[in-house]
Design a protein around this ligand. Sequence first.
Ligand SMILES: [Zn+2]
Length: 179
Amino acid sequence: MAKIDQLKLAAATEKPTTVCPSGSGHTWVLVQAAGNKSLDDKIKDLKASPKAGTQFEGAAAEHNKNDGTLKDSKDLSDDSDQLSWECAFPGCNFKNNPREGDHVTTDGAGKRQAVEVKATTALDERSARQLGRNLQAASQGAVAGVTMKIPAGPQRSTLVSQIKQVAASLGQAVQIIRV
Ligand SMILES: [Zn+2]
């Protein structure tokens, strides 16, 4: 199977209804971080990480802070204080094992976007499933849409293309912002 087809399959199989036999009533719910560490401290700590991917999470969050769409520490994950997505359905795997999100933005009209940050050069299956979950949350109305923040530069063209193709295979679009 071609790589892009594997990624589309991974995104499409991340359905809460495939985990829980009850079938209906599965909905993604955003669980905000506790917010007991300031937004600025979270951004500083992310940017100071030895991991390049985590540094970029900090840079991407700072970008949203500067454009006024990220104001609340509860809307940003770091290692000590995560926001997560969980399924509202009792007993569902994703109720018991919530999945971490990177951050959530709010625009001037109050519309919320789930934001995931990727500094890799290609999408892996884990990330494709994550994208599938976020797009489900958007289609269910938990957020208005999904934004992926990706480093600028031509070395990310494969990643951008894969994200667009996976989202399109689910009948949805992702806003891609290069930072
Ligand atoms: Zn569920």
